[in-house]
Design a protein around this ligand. Structure first.
Ligand SMILES: [Zn+2]
Length: 173
């Protein structure tokens, strides 16, 4: 057996496998091996399951003396692309790392929240303890959202999206 030939064959197989993995990741950026987001790609609004949990979140946080404001819900692929351009090819600060099709908002499966304080201001302050129970209101909202079955962006590795809740396809139905 020719050792050089074997090594070359192994190299070739390696390159092909690497190329395939690269191709799959590039074309299915979101959980390529998980349940498919694809079946939600024609969404034009929030999924009913998300609406239900959103309303429960508002109700349950209100019972804790926390006024949650939903600042964002469904976004079309085009709206997502416009948002992605911000701070890159258009003016402003970078607000997202997801292009059209890469965010759960594009499938009607995500919401963003903020807090409304007594004077009516909307805040993104994670330390704020408006109900005075010694716990951050923001973290209380995160806990309640997770109990309802949402995945919270603050739990993500790497980039953390603290105002973000999403419902994974496998958690619907
Ligand atoms: Zn979000």
């Amino acid at each position: 057996m020719n050792a050089v030939g074997t090594i070359l064959k192994l190299l070739l197989v390696g390159i092909i496998v690497y190329g395939l993995i690269f191709f799959v990741q590039k074309n299915w950026p979101i959980s390529p091996f998980g349940p498919s987001l694809n079946e939600f790609k024609d969404a034009t609004d929030l999924h009913p399951a998300v609406v239900e949990k959103r309303d429960q979140l508002i109700e349950q946080t209100k019972a804790q003396g926390i006024d949650v404001v939903i600042t964002d819900g469904f976004r079309s692929f085009e709206e997502q692309d416009e948002l992605y351009a911000r701070g890159r090819t258009t003016e402003g600060q970078i607000v997202t790392y997801s292009k059209g099709g890469e965010s759960y908002h594009n499938y009607g499966l995500a919401i963003d929240f903020a807090l409304r304080i007594d004077n009516g201001d909307i805040i993104w302050d994670m330390e704020y303890d408006g109900n005075g129970n010694g716990k951050s209101d923001w973290m209380e909202v995160a806990e309640i959202g997770k109990e309802l079955g949402f995945e919270w962006g603050g739990d993500w590795e790497g980039f953390k999206d603290y105002p973000h809740f999403q419902l994974r396809p496998e958690d619907i139905k």
